[in-house]
Design a protein around this ligand. Structure first.
Ligand code: NDP
Length: 297
């Protein structure tokens, strides 16, 4: 397809962070409130440490206050819950983020449920998940919220369009399906979800006007599996060996980018598509929470 739009997630995420930074400065001037985001890091997983550092940098950029507590991998569930309880009642903290995964002896569900739904800026608490499903105002999980934002800011209409989601995880597939199903602006789509139990996902992907792929498997979708003019959002982040790179690998998505872009009207690259949106939406959620507390809600 000629003139395929390559959706620039880096630029869109930078624009969102800039907007949040301006709004946060205004909130501080008008109400004396600085959005505060707390991070809990348990153990020494290098990927988790690096994610938290990136989120701390984004807080700094947006003029937020951030507070990181690091606990050893041996920390008990009770110690973790006590930390969360303290943040739940701390008026300077508007968002609480527990970096996952947690060590095996800790029940992640219990920890997520201990976070006040009003400070659950990751949008993983069952109260927020439930509100999303029934169409009430809620914190939306950051990656799917970022996908919706990418579509809106790229001028891609979703109303009445057939969105096919490949993958049904609680952090990407299910929430993005629910977000785009809502009878609201930027959504109102006809949504199909497919997954590993489908005999032939191509039957569904070929029917998509907008195809969202989140499987964590390289080449889940190839050129023969899409129709001409499709919009493709590739959520996957996979490492593949690449001896030509100094670090010995490169990052690719779940979609065969080169093949599929020939047929697509728009497509997200990996890296530089969905990836940068997650942190931008975390900043947006945290700002909203601080704004809500300024309004006494
Ligand atoms: P999960 O492993 O939790 O879920 C993958 C889903 O894909 C499952 O529902 C699985 O089906 C389905 N699936 C796997 N293989 C196939 C296949 N061959 N055909 C059809 N469906 C398949 O992954 P996540 O949702 O957490 O993440 C998906 C990808 O997105 C990963 O690469 C991850 O790194 C990336 N990601 C990126 C983010 C970002 O950009 N910020 C944030 C989060 C994730 P079943 O349920 O039947 O097992």
């Amino acid at each position: 397809m000629q003139n395929t739009l390559i959706i620039d997630g880096k630029a869109i995420s930078a624009a969102i962070k800039e907007e949040v930074r301006e709004q946060a400065a205004e909130l501080k001037t008008q109400h004396g409130i600085v959005p505060g985001l707390a991070f809990l890091l348990v153990g020494e997983n290098p990927a988790s440490q690096s994610y938290v550092r990136s989120k701390e940098r984004a807080c700094e950029y947006c003029g937020f206050h951030s507070s990181t507590v690091t606990m050893p991998a041996s920390a008990s569930e009770r110690e973790i819950l006590a930390r969360i309880d303290a943040w739940n009642i701390d008026p300077d903290i508007h968002g609480i983020l527990v970096q996952l995964p947690l060590p095996d002896h800790v029940n992640e569900d219990c920890v997520i449920e201990a976070i006040s739904p009003r400070k659950d800026v990751d949008g993983f608490h069952p109260v927020n998940v439930g509100k999303l499903v029934i169409g009430q105002e809620a914190f939306l999980p950051c990656t799917p919220a970022g996908i919706q934002e990418l579509l809106i800011r790229s001028g891609i209409e979703t109303a009445g369009k057939h969105v096919v989601v490949v993958g049904r995880s609680n952090i990407v597939g299910k929430p993005i399906a629910n977000i785009l199903l809502q009878k609201t602006a930027g959504a109102n789509a006809v949504v199909t979800v497919t997954h590993s139990a489908a005999e032939d996902i191509g039957l569904y992907t070929r029917m998509a006007d907008i195809l969202i792929v989140a499987t964590g498997r390289v080449n889940t979708v190839t050129a023969g599996m899409v129709k001409d003019g499709v919009v493709v959002i590739d959520v996957g982040i996979n490492r593949v060996e690449d001896a030509s790179r100094e670090r010995g690998y490169r990052i690719v998505g779940d979609v065969d980018f080169e093949g599929v872009r020939e047929r697509a009207s728009a497509i997200t690259p990996v890296p530089g598509g969905v990836g940068p949106m997650t942190i931008a939406m975390l900043m947006k959620n945290t700002f909203r929470s601080a704004e809500r507390s300024a309004a006494g809600r």
